[in-house]
Ligand binder design. Structure first.
Ligand code: IMP
Ligand code: MG
Length: 180
């Protein structure tokens, strides 16, 4: 029997996160320099709230924010990959330049669902920025135009990411040891 450590070992330091967030903001700023009304950041709750807060403030572009919340059904059960909306956007995205802001893209099912549901609402453009991706776990090909970090197949927490709603406010990204 083991118990979880109170502070998970660091995988990505707060300094590396901060540096990468400003790089991403500069890149995105350049790519959307011609977007007259700026861009609409759509944060996927809950995991993206800290990343989105930092990214939005670093963006050298006018931006507005809105949020979505989803719940996914059992990771290993028959409904694997099924996703449901629990909180929808406040406003129409028609004609807006939309950037989905995700904490992590793992299998890709969540992001594929979000992209599909937003695409039918006729945004002017639709791209995704994910703080972390786990390429080894990807099951669906879904574009992620802006990636913070690629990580191996480990469970990460901190900077918004959780394990059973814990660890979200850790200032760095830590890796939890695998269950015994
Ligand atoms: P998907 O498999 O790409 O659909 O990812 C679904 C969701 O699982 C993500 O949006 C996260 O909320 C969660 N998730 C996947 N891997 C991790 C992890 O390592 N830490 C925390 N949450 C994760
Ligand atoms: Mg998520």
């Amino acid at each position: 029997m083991t118990s979880r450590p109170i502070l998970p070992p660091e995988l990505i330091s707060r300094e590396r996160i901060a540096a990468r967030v400003s790089e991403l903001a500069q890149t995105i700023g350049g790519d959307y320099a011609d977007a007259e009304d700026g861009i609409l950041l759509i944060g996927v709750l809950k995991g993206a709230f800290i990343f989105l807060a930092d990214l939005a403030r670093a963006l050298p572009l006018p931006n507005a924010v809105d949020f979505l919340a989803l719940s996914s059904y059992g990771a290993n059960g028959a409904a694997r990959g099924a996703v449901r909306i629990v909180l929808d956007l406040r406003a129409s995205i028609r004609g807006r330049h939309v950037l989905i802001v995700e904490d992590i893209v793992d299998t890709g099912h969540t992001l594929a669902y979000v992209r599909k549901m937003l695409a039918v609402r006729q945004p002017a453009s639709l791209r995704t920025c994910a703080l972390v991706i786990k390429p080894a776990r990807r099951e669906l090909e879904v574009p992620v135009e802006y990636v913070g970090f690629e990580i191996p197949d480990v469970w990460v927490v901190g900077y918004g990411l959780d394990h059973s709603d814990q660890y979200r406010t850790l200032p760095y990204i830590g890796a939890l040891p695998a269950d015994p």
